[in-house]
Design a protein around this ligand. Structure first.
Ligand code: AMP
Length: 272
């Protein structure tokens, strides 16, 4: 992979890179299309990274749909699909990890111990292998974007970070490889997550700037629609992810909730 990347570099080709864990959907494909539009070469990786799953999480059962993924990427005209094996990636004796920035120490970082350490480590190694000019990540994983863009700045990595908008199903549910875990009735319930965000957004656009009131609007909506297991629902500064009470500049409303055994994440930017 690195040899090929060096070759592209010597030909002055811009390389766009989209790291994924596979089970691809339109959300992933939107990142790939953006890369194809702005780079001479696009690399997509599929690697279900064990280091970012905690004990008892869904590493084993994570959906693996390689044939389907291949067909989707082929159709778009991706230049190279990078499929490292677990053993190649974490060779015997592997013991170097990237300590994530402080923005990782909240929300997902407190609920999923070592998750972001796994993410920063795999992403930095993938960057070193693919030597990309532009890298594309989804706003759907908002905290992950904050962690990785901070890592890129802190370590002066020579890549340009792009955060791409959330692609949603028709009823508003943010697309996710994990949506396929939902039973029919849970899938029905799940639409309330984005609808709760939209209801807070509507209030914001009508002039409501108090975080506690906007949070209550979204929380009440979730509860009214049978979603009670809310891991967090918070309004934060988009860079530091510190909580904001009275909104005077752009913020993001983040939510993580459980429906049955499935954890779903969503968020919405509230901009003036
Ligand atoms: P994953 O395979 O879940 O690790 O996701 C790979 C990339 O796709 C990450 O940067 C995600 O944030 C992004 N992604 C996942 N779902 C969506 C979505 N619904 N819209 C846009 N990007 C997404």
């Amino acid at each position: 992979m690195q040899q090929q990347a060096r070759q592209w570099q010597s030909e002055q080709k811009r390389v766009g890179f989209v790291p994924t864990m596979g089970a691809l959907h339109e959300g992933h494909l939107s990142l790939v299309k953006e890369s194809l539009a702005h780079n001479e070469t696009t690399v997509v990786s599929i690697f279900v990274n064990p280091a970012q799953f905690g004990p008892g999480e869904d590493f084993e059962s994570y959906p693996r749909t390689l044939e389907n993924d291949l067909a989707m990427l082929d159709q778009l005209g991706v230049d190279l699909l990078f499929l490292p094996s677990q053993d190649d990636f974490y060779q015997d004796g592997f013991s170097t990890y990237i300590e994530p920035p402080v923005v990782a120490n909240r929300f997902e970082g407190t609920l999923r111990k070592d998750h972001f350490r796994g993410v920063t480590t795999v992403v930095l190694k993938l960057f070193m292998l693919t030597l990309p000019t532009n890298v594309y990540f989804g706003q759907k994983d908002f905290q992950q974007c904050a962690v990785l863009s901070t890592m890129i700045d802190d370590l002066a990595l020579p890549v340009q970070f792009h955060r791409m908008p959330i692609v949603r199903e028709e009823d508003g549910l943010a697309m996710s490889s994990r949506n396929r875990y939902l039973s029919e009735s849970d899938r029905e319930k799940a639409r309330a997550i984005s609808a709760a965000l939209f209801s807070a957004q509507a209030a914001f656009e009508n002039g409501e700037k108090e975080g506690c009131i906007l949070r209550k609007i979204a929380t009440d909506y979730l509860q009214k629609h049978g979603i009670h297991e809310i891991d967090y629902l918070t309004i934060v500064d988009p860079r530091s992810l510190t909580e904001v009470e009275t909104i005077v500049t752009d913020v993001v409303l983040l939510v993580a909730a459980r429906i049955g055994t499935t954890r779903l994440l969503d968020n919405i930017l509230l901009t003036e």
